[in-house]
Ligand binder design. Structure first.
Ligand code: NAI
Length: 341
């Protein structure tokens, strides 16, 4: 009995040791002192996959880093004040770079209303990443994601380092919300509700495919209300926060899920699938260069972009409406970089 127990203990220790020793991953968060950046950084500190955390912001990153560094997990946390050298240092060697830097919405604003402020913030941070660490997986949280992701692609193209497999718009929150909202409606466990959401990340560009969910029976007015809630769920938070910002805590969870999935795939885990807004062949013929769908992740980023699968005529209508807006949002990002290099 005694010897069996001892054998089990040493097996566990050996596995734990080899897993952490083999895979050191640095993750950088740009905009780390903000509403999303802080809880996102905390979740990353809790992840055994992250060995180094680089926190950069135009204000407050060293304080956030000092605070999070006291959490008793092994990873090293460093905070960086805003100088070009510090930004380069924060980015150097990072496997994943997350960008939640930028202003959030206030009541009555659409994500597109953030364009004027956030476009240049994201352009400059992408420029720094393209120079310091172009191979990092770049995850864009800053809105409007439909435009900020194309902005990053254009910046990377300018530097001749664009690799579509490593650029991601973070749309995870849309499926997190969709599974929660559908579970509320059906009194089920949200973890068991897998809802495919495709398109983009704002208003009508967010297209939930309920016919592929566990509940294809949701029809009529109930369906219309649910689809609207998934498309405009972010507005509920903006309204409730009453001028103090948009989703930060649920977004931190969603951003962390995306980052961790990339690290799991890097570690060789197969079958890691996340919804994300990527350079996608799905609607290029219609002139839409980027599209969110389920994407299988691999060690080098995008491994396989899933198609949208079978959809019904109602969903076809949603996709048609999505493509109109999405095309404009993408073109706006491309034009911005051309006119403001
Ligand atoms: P926040 O205002 O609380 O934080 C933004 C942070 O970015 C601040 O700490 C600010 O100092 C920093 N920052 C600004 N310019 C910077 C620069 N040039 N370099 C580095 N840091 C800079 O905003 P919050 O709530 O964290 O939202 C951030 C962004 O995320 C917004 O654009 C928001 O719309 C977006 N968002 C995206 C979601 C998604 O699903 N993808 C969901 C919710 C919000």
């Amino acid at each position: 009995m005694f010897s069996v127990r001892r054998a089990a203990v040493s097996f566990t220790q050996k596995r734990a040791f080899s897993a952490s020793a083999a895979n050191p991953y640095k993750v950088a968060v740009l905009g780390a002192a903000g509403g999303i950046g802080q809880p996102l950084s905390l979740l990353l500190k809790l992840s055994p996959k992250v060995t180094e955390l680089a926190l950069y912001d135009v204000r407050g990153a060293p304080g956030v880093a000092a605070d999070i560094s006291h959490v008793n997990t092994n990873s090293v946390v460093k905070g960086y004040t805003p100088t070009p050298e510090n930004l380069a240092e924060a980015l150097k060697g990072a496997e994943v770079v997350l960008i939640p830097a930028g202003v959030p919405r206030k009541p009555g604003m659409s994500r597109d209303d953030l364009f004027n402020t956030n476009a240049s913030i994201v352009r400059d941070l992408a420029d720094a990443t393209a120079k310091a660490n172009p191979k990092a997986k770049l995850c864009i949280i800053a809105n409007p994601v439909n435009s900020t992701v194309p902005i990053c692609a254009e910046v990377y193209k300018k530097h001749n380092v664009y690799n579509p497999a490593t650029l991601f718009g973070v749309t995870t929150l849309d499926v997190v919300r969709a599974s929660r909202f559908i579970s509320e409606l059906k009194s089920t466990d949200p973890k068991a509700e897998k809802v495919t959401v495709v398109g983009g990340h704002s208003g009508v560009t967010i297209v939930p495919l309920l016919s592929q969910s566990n509940h294809p029976d949701i029809e009529g007015e109930v369906r219309d209300k649910l689809v609207n809630r998934i498309q405009f769920g972010g507005d509920e938070v903006v309204k409730a926060k009453d001028g103090a910002g948009s989703a930060t805590l649920s977004m931190a969870l969603a951003g962390f899920r995306m980052a961790e999935s990339l690290l799991r795939a890097k570690d060789g885990e197969t079958g890691v699938v996340e919804p994300t807004f990527v350079d996608s062949p799905l609607f290029k013929e219609q002139g839409v260069e980027f599209f969110a769908s389920n994407v299988e992740l691999g060690p080098d980023g995008v491994k396989k972009i899933h198609g949208i699968g079978d959809i019904n005529s109602y969903e076809k209508g949603l996709i048609d409406a999505c493509l109109v807006d999405l095309k404009k949002n993408i073109e706006k990002g491309v034009k911005f970089v051309a006119e403001n290099p």
